[in-house]
Design a protein around this ligand. Structure first.
Ligand code: AKG
Ligand code: FE2
Length: 333
């Protein structure tokens, strides 16, 4: 199951960085629109998530990942808790712990109760991190709406995005045993099911985005910055004006790698349909996706991905895109 990665020389992508403590000016909004359209990825700075908080998340989660495998399975896929993803599901090198909002404390507690009841700090820190990331997500969604249209925040934030919810995955990648040989995939190519995702990757790097031409490019870690990417729900809602790019994680070094990915999503019962103002009224513009329910899409992805993480996988285009035969072959919409 270990997937070697192709050996094309990898270069790094220069993504724009936005100071989210300031309102974005006209030039920044244009640059944001371009980044979201071309790459679906950008960086943010002055995000209000302190290095100290990130260090605490890392430290406290390392404690949990360091527990014996049998203990971790108490929160595994066959337990009642189901917050822990063990090795060999996404990849041999990947394990992950999920904390869901809106009550991040309660979610973290459900894991801690079966993993390490003596760990009293974990849930408090998860609550703080979850609340910071939720706030940040709302701010970013507003900027992304504004970059699509100057009045889109007023027109659509409240009606379409105010019921969004978040969850995060704390990812732990084990060291690549043979760092001098070919790099391996820590997490295979995928798109995120979110509206937006906010990622903190540690200094070891390894996150890559796939260009439209199919070339893999490194997204280098940069101290004090977080990575934001557009997910499938936002790509569909924006009628493809924003791109949910394929990405993956490669491991090149003999060190442990940690990342925290926060997913900001529409409510499960929402029907996603790009508003007319977003689609536009030029003759060339047309709706690219049929209306679909978020829960239906989550179920579609789950059914198609179980045990097949190393494969390309299906995305929202396969599920709800017009002119895609497989989209007509399911009944979850
Ligand atoms: O580990 C990373 O840097 C990214 C993780 C990721 O893409 C995901 O969890 O969806
Ligand atoms: Fe991802």
């Amino acid at each position: 199951m270990t997937a070697m990665v192709d050996m094309d020389p990898v270069t790094c992508v220069q993504l724009p960085s936005f100071d989210v403590s300031q309102p974005l000016d006209h030039a920044s909004l244009s640059s944001l629109a371009l980044a979201c359209k071309e790459w679906g990825f950008f960086h943010i700075t002055n995000h209000g998530v302190s290095a100290d908080l990130l260090k605490k998340v890392k430290h406290l989660s390392s404690g949990l990942f360091g527990l014996p495998s049998e203990t971790k399975l108490n929160a595994g896929p066959n337990s009642s808790v189901k917050t822990y993803t063990p090795h060999f599901i996404a990849s041999p090198f990947f394990e992950s712990l999920r904390v869901s909002g809106p009550d991040f404390f309660a979610s973290a507690q459900s894991s801690v109760r079966v993993l390490d009841p003596t760990n009293t700090e974990f849930s408090e820190v998860m609550k703080e991190y979850g609340s910071k990331m939720s706030e940040l997500s709302q701010k970013i969604i507003k900027s992304v709406l504004t970059c699509l249209g100057s009045d889109f925040e007023t027109l659509f934030y409240e009606s379409e995005f105010s019921k969004c919810h978040g969850y995060f995955r704390i990812n732990n990648y084990s060291p690549c045993e043979k760092p001098d040989e070919e790099p391996v995939e820590g997490l295979g190519m995928h798109t995120d099911m979110s509206c937006i995702t906010i990622v903190h990757q540690d200094v070891s790097g390894g996150l890559q985005v796939r260009s439209r031409e199919g070339k893999w490019l490194d997204i280098n870690p940069c101290e004090g910055t977080l990575v934001v990417n557009i997910g499938d729900l936002m790509q569909a809602w924006s009628n493809d004006r924003l791109r949910s790019s394929e990405h993956r994680v490669v491991l090149r070094r003999n060190t442990n790698r940690a990342s925290f990915a926060f997913f900001w999503c529409f409510e499960d019962e929402k029907t996603v349909l790009a508003p007319d103002e977003v689609v536009g009224d030029m003759a060339a513009d047309r709706r690219v996706y049929k209306p679909f329910s978020c829960a239906g899409y989550m179920k579609f992805r789950e059914n198609n991905e179980r045990g097949k993480f190393e494969k390309v996988g299906f995305t929202v285009k396969d599920f709800a895109g017009y002119n895609i035969p497989s989209a007509d072959q399911h009944d979850d919409q």
